[in-house]
Design a protein around this ligand. Sequence first.
Ligand SMILES: C[S@@+](CC[C@H](N)C(=O)[O-])C[C@H]1O[C@@H](n2cnc3c(N)ncnc32)[C@H](O)[C@@H]1O
Length: 251
Amino acid sequence: MIWLKYMIPKPLRSILRRQRQAAERRMLALDRVTDWSVLRRLRPYRSEFGGRRGKYIDRFYIEAFLETCQASIRGHVAEIQSDEYTRLFGKGRVTHSDIIDLNEGNEKRTITVDLAQSRSVPENAFDCILCTQTLFLIRDYASALRSLYTMLKPAGVLLVTVPGISPVVRGGLIAGEGADWWRFTARSAQHVFSQVFGDANVYVQTYGNVLTATAFLHGLVQEELTRQEVEFYDPDYEVVIGVKATKYVAL
Ligand SMILES: C[S@@+](CC[C@H](N)C(=O)[O-])C[C@H]1O[C@@H](n2cnc3c(N)ncnc32)[C@H](O)[C@@H]1O
């Protein structure tokens, strides 16, 4: 029956997809977790990170990190997979925008490269690269980091987020190539980025607390927590790790 789907024109398919998502999210009213004793179970309360019911918890942190760093999202900006965050946080500062992807099925991409193959990437091209939730999918993440460094102009800024405490991401959720390879901590992120960018040029910020970590593992969504609960910061519970790395080139 999958062929039937492709007989529907693409714009109509996206409208139908959005309508279905909105309808599924309205079901949260019937499914909202208020009594956390329901979480005493061996399988998660919801699968697929709860995306059918509301906004992913990790997105709150990814967006908080990008908002903190938004002054660096300027000039020629590249983003992996889409330009969603370039548009959201780059505002009037972006002069040119590119979308990078290895996945040839991504029709929005303007540059096709495999970040793990550092010899094939454009050099000194970007003032800023947004690489959210991608590095953990690349087996040779060290090569990918070198590629990202090469692609930045001198003084260019790389903004990366990676999951810390998270369920394993299975194939269906990953567009194109990739599989869930890595989890980082603030410490390991500082270490691996410093090896490429230099210790002084790497800033690491973590996000999360025990409540949001538990909620995220069970597929609860932002709408089921208060803002104060989501924003509470406990450095021992790294749900999302944000890294800002600047390409410093000695004159
Ligand atoms: C899970 S998506 C995350 C990106 C998205 N901007 C976000 O915040 O969710 C990962 C993207 O990285 C791409 N990708 C995976 N491995 C890659 C590689 N080695 N080189 C370039 N892109 C890659 C995938 O095709 C996919 O589009």
